[in-house]
Design a protein around this ligand. Structure first.
Ligand code: ATP
Length: 405
């Protein structure tokens, strides 16, 4: 079996905290390399591991997302993969042609026009002038830079730089593409076009490593994610599971996030003689379209009749994504403590993390509301990727033309 296009085996990179140490250690390392030895495998005065002991593989047609807080080592790891940095430990193996989109504008000549830069960069990618002529219109249209094509790129905004670089780098199939957050400066419409382009590259067999702080971008394009903290791999796996770990690690779930615009905000917890006691919610895992059941406790100060019990599902951006509509009658809740069970035969939620809130109403009055009685992580199964916020059950039948169903 051939090796994957990207393989890193226990790679590490050290940096020095001060310039003096950095110069001194670089000289020492150079000396060691000249006699065929690797840099000292231990930390010297003033040094730290920016990336330590990280292993990964990326197959053809696959995208690995790199996530983690600022300073976690994502760019350093990407630069080692792109051979910009030589690892101080471990080894990197890349198969095929490699393209890096790491530093914004780094690859463009500021005094040259957009057009001249297209020809220059395409020549670097191995394209002849005739091949570039054939691609020029498509590159410029993708970047939407027709009006600025003859201007020197030093007059471009960050977003325009990113557009041009991305359009050039992805204008032809490539074996390995390394991308570091270059989409962050682009508007949403362009980001969506870039994501489509990355999907196309994957279909054509490119192996991608994609650093991003955007959950939307990662969910769209990454097949797996690697979470870095302090230079070390903390988790690897399905994007939703690793993003969940990341958010949990940084305390994201404990924050009260502002909801967007005029959408309804989650009501405060309230109780009029009825409440839902219980410890802080634990995270449950669920799968779109599968059945799911919740068992909850209540505490009532008196009997309540014909109570409408409703579950609400709020996503991490503070949006109410769905509510239950109970089939059958409204239950009576007797005084004291009791339990009830809510069964969902078909979970109609897209992949993501949701707080489950419960509300109780009777006779047109709100009796109780609790904003987070459970938290669920709805997983995106690899073979079945419904998009959007919700999943709708569908029964499909076929019939030959002219026949009834
Ligand atoms: N050339 C360098 N010399 C010294 N330290 C460096 C150098 N480059 C990066 N570092 C340090 O290495 C650590 C990892 O940096 P890196 O840029 O890889 O993080 P990152 O995860 O990409 O962060 P961000 O999300 O902010 O881009 C940080 O502590 C950073 O200060």
């Amino acid at each position: 079996m051939s090796s994957p296009p990207i393989l890193a085996d226990r790679i590490g990179k050290k940096f020095s905290r001060s310039l003096g140490h950095s110069l001194w250690h670089s000289a020492q390392d150079l000396g060691r390399r000249l006699v065929g030895r690797r840099p000292a495998p231990v930390l010297r005065a003033g040094e730290f591991w920016a990336v330590r002991d990280v292993s990964l593989t990326v197959a053809a047609g696959e995208c690995l997302g790199l996530i983690g807080p600022n300073g976690a080592g994502k760019s350093t790891l990407l630069r080692m993969l792109g051979r910009e940095y030589r690892p101080d430990a471990g080894r990197v193996e890349l198969r095929g042609a490699v393209k890096s989109l790491i530093r914004l504008g780094h690859g463009l000549q500021p005094m040259y026009s957009g057009r001249e830069n297209v020809y220059l960069k395409c020549a670097e990618l191995g394209l002849s002038k005739r091949d570039t002529d054939a691609r020029l219109d498509e590159i410029v249209a993708f970047a939407e830079l027709e009006a600025a094509l003859e201007r020197p790129v030093k007059q471009y905004s960050d977003g325009m730089y990113a557009r041009l670089e991305f359009a050039i780098a992805t204008c032809m199939p490539i074996d390995v593409l390394l991308i570091d957050e270059v989409l962050a400066v682009s508007d949403v419409a362009f980001q969506l076009r870039c994501l489509e382009r990355l999907e196309t590259l994957k279909r054509e067999g490119s192996a991608l490593v994609f650093v991003s702080h955007s959950e939307m971008n990662l969910r769209q394009v990454a097949d797996r994610c690697l979470l870095l903290f302090d230079g070390q791999a903390m988790a690897e796996g399905r994007p939703e599971a690793v993003l969940g770990k990341y958010y949990e690690a940084v305390g994201y779930f404990n924050r009260d996030l502002k909801s967007c615009g005029v959408l309804p905000a989650r009501p405060p917890d309230a109780s009029a003689g009825l409440d839902f006691p219980g410890p802080a919610p634990e995270s449950l895992q669920a799968v779109p379209g599968q059945p799911l059941a919740f068992e909850l406790e209540y505490r009532a100060e008196r009997n309540f009749e014909f109570v409408e019990l409703r579950l609400e599902f709020w996503n991490t951006a503070g949006l109410l994504v769905a509510s239950t509509l109970a089939a059958g009658g409204r239950p009576c809740l007797t005084r004291g403590r009791g339990r009830f069970r809510v069964e969902l035969p078909f979970l109609g939620l897209g992949a993501g993390i949701y707080d489950v809130a419960v509300s109780a109403r009777a006779g047109g009055r709100n009796l109780a509301y609790k904003g987070a009685v459970r938290r669920i992580q709805v997983l995106q199964t690899a073979c079945d990727r419904p998009g959007g916020f919700g999943v709708i059950e569908a029964h499909i039948r076929t019939a030959p033309s002219g026949k009834t169903f």
